[in-house]
Design a protein around this ligand. Structure first.
Ligand SMILES: Cc1ncc(COP(=O)(O)O)c(C=O)c1O
Length: 397
């Protein structure tokens, strides 16, 4: 197996989804898991999630079409920029469509709803001031979140009234996903309380309640699905009937971050007057494309059995790209790395493969390990894949 490559550990993936299903069964059995495509839509992964009974949670026309292509019978269509064609199709097919913008309400007005046998059921994404209830935790910070209809300024109420007055439309659900910096339990307490408030204030009977994604997964010292659900459902039960309202969760990171590893090799060792640089064939663009991570879970793997290697205070682990900041981490207080050694990064399956650019080198191969057997589930991309769809013909020299 040539490095760099990704490898998915099937057992860890299975354990994650089993834990989530068990927690849902215990706390709110009338529930659905909508796998967040955006977090990692590698075709093998989305096939796996479908096979495990997940709905597809998509946020663009391309993702919607991918879900249909992959045979998903159940789709949750979110996002601020949906396509009109896929929006119409999703409404007609009875998928879960959570409205995020006024123009989607206008699309509904122009659809021929009267001719349809069943009313179109839609959900409304709610924008509420999470930062006010969880200071320092909301992703939008002091600037506030930008998705959905604002509860505080009355937009949510206005849109609800508008939809209620539209023949052929039924408001079936609310969507409360909030991105946070902390993934803390406070966030989900705030979401559950807001869901209750909406029910009380607007007196709507909901078919579903979508609490979104954003959970921790696979970390023993962080909240577990069990904790999130115990807290949320305890609050929700005050206003909602667990037998009549379906609970939707939209996990991405918590399911797909833990089982994925990335393996790289040391290609060169270079000394300057300031540092020792360890040049690897991996890159930050494959495991931290947004260049925000401060540390990684990793393991060094020696190419030989030499126990006498020199000890070094600092080695700068660097990537293959020509960007100066393609430095993965400073290896402190370790034996000296050598050409051929490997560095294996763990828990890197979320917002990595799907956000990597085709920069300098093309997508690495992806393998699956199941009970010790390893198979390739996506070959490395080469020039053929890179030039596909270009109006250029191959010129063999
Ligand atoms: C609407 C929605 N649902 C689910 C998710 C998945 O979040 P995570 O990958 O943190 O679980 C996101 C991510 O931003 C999202 O925007």
């Amino acid at each position: 197996m040539n490095t760099p490559y990704y490898i998915i550990r099937k057992r860890i993936l299975d354990e994650g989804i089993e834990k989530l299903k068990a927690a849902l069964n215990k706390h709110w059995s009338y529930s659905v898991i909508g796998y967040s495509f955006k977090t990692n839509a590698l075709p093998w992964i989305i096939e796996y999630m479908r096979h495990n009974g997940c709905y597809a949670e998509v946020v663009s026309e391309d993702e919607y079409e991918l879900a249909e292509y992959m045979g998903y019978e159940h789709i949750i269509y979110n996002g601020p920029v949906k396509g009109i064609e896929s929006f119409t199709r999703a409404c007609q097919r009875g998928h879960i469509v959570n409205l995020d913008a006024e123009r989607e309400v206008e699309w509904l007005q122009h659809m021929n709803l009267i001719s349809m046998k069943e009313p179109v059921k839609v959900g409304i994404r709610i924008n509420f001031d999470l930062e006010a209830v969880c200071p320092g935790e909301a992703s939008g910070g002091e600037e506030g979140g930008r998705f959905g209809f604002s509860y505080e300024n009355g937009d949510f109420g206005r849109i609800l009234d508008k939809l209620r007055a539209m023949p052929g439309v039924e408001v079936a659900g609310i969507h409360l996903h909030c991105s946070s910096k902390t993934r803390s339990l406070n966030i989900y307490e705030a979401i559950a309380k807001m869901a209750c408030r909406i029910h009380k204030e607007y007196k709507i009977e909901l078919t579903y309640l979508d609490v979104g994604g954003g959970y921790f997964g696979g970390l023993a010292d962080k909240p577990q699905y069990e904790d999130y659900l115990c807290l949320m459902t305890g609050i929700l039960k005050e206003e909602y009937d667990p037998k009549r309202t379906m609970l939707i969760m939209e996990p991405g990171t918590s399911l797909i971050c833990p089982p994925v590893e990335y393996v790289t090799s040391v290609i060169d060792v270079k000394d300057t007057n300031r540092n020792r640089f360890i040049v690897t064939d991996g890159s930050r663009i494959h495991i931290d494309p947004l260049m925000t991570k401060k540390s990684y879970f990793y393991q060094l793997e020696k190419t030989d059995n030499d126990d006498e290697r020199e000890f070094l205070e600092k080695q700068v682990i660097s990537g293959f790209t020509c960007m100066e900041n393609d430095r993965l981490f400073n290896l402190k207080g370790s034996y000296a790395l050598r050409v051929g050694d490997k560095i294996r990064y763990y828990k890197i399956g979320a917002y990595t493969m799907c956000l990597s650019p085709l920069f300098i080198s093309y997508f690495p191969a992806v393998y699956l390990e199941e009970e010790g057997k390893i198979v390739c589930i996506r070959e490395k991309w080469g020039v053929e894949e890179y030039v596909q769809k270009s109006k250029i013909k191959r010129k063999n020299v």
